[in-house]
Design a protein around this ligand. Structure first.
Ligand code: SF4
Ligand code: SF4
Length: 179
């Protein structure tokens, strides 16, 4: 019983942290200057194109397998704090900015999180298909891996990874002129 309570507390703490982080991301996005937003838009376009390419490749496999599966996005484990609990939609700061650029995201359903369901889950992912976090984009379960040409996927993922690695927060935040 004590263990269950500890886990529940841990989950609630993780959810609060996730919400705070997410609010910070949004505040920073709203506060970006014109030049930073222009830089972000150029990078966002590339990011979203690659994410959409991957989505197109996997779409039929997702449609075939996901509706009857109870794993990944649909995990319902209120007694645990799992990989998804510390974030909203698995976003880190940079992929959030890239996705948020020029797009108003649907409101996350924070109540979902108390049951370890993703706040963007509602009978399917409610995010636009090119607006997924990198963590979501690169996750492939064993079933998908057997059906999809993972070599092509790896190539697309490498491009996204390079884009994230080379993303200049300084430019985006307008700090590149500071000494
Ligand atoms: S991606 Fe794989 S694990 Fe996730 S819901 Fe689809 S079939 Fe299930
Ligand atoms: S954001 Fe979408 S794809 Fe990612 S975990 Fe949530 S429901 Fe699944």
């Amino acid at each position: 019983m004590r263990k269950a309570n500890d886990s529940k507390e841990r989950l609630l703490t993780d959810i609060k942290l996730a919400q705070k982080k997410f609010e910070c991301y949004e505040k920073i996005y709203i506060g970006l200057g014109e030049e930073g937003k222009r830089y972000l838009q150029s990078q966002s376009k590339l990011y979203k194109e690659k994410v959409a390419d991957i989505q197109k490749i996997i779409q039929s496999s997702l449609e075939r397998n996901c509706p009857t599966c109870i794993n990944c996005c649909k995990l319902y484990t209120p007694e645990l704090s799992i990989y998804i609990a510390g974030t909203i939609g698995c976003f880190e700061f940079i992929d959030y900015l890239l996705v948020r650029s020029d797009t108003v995201l649907p409101n996350p359903n924070l109540e979902n999180m108390k049951n370890n369901l993703c706040p963007y889950w509602d009978e399917g992912c409610i995010l636009p298909s090119d607006c997924r976090s990198f963590s979501c984009t690169k996750y492939f379960c064993d079933v998908l891996k057997t059906e999809i040409d993972m070599k092509i996927i790896s190539e697309h993922l490498s491009v996204i990874q390079a884009l994230l690695d080379n993303f200049s927060l300084k430019k985006c935040l307008g700090m590149n002129t500071l000494t």
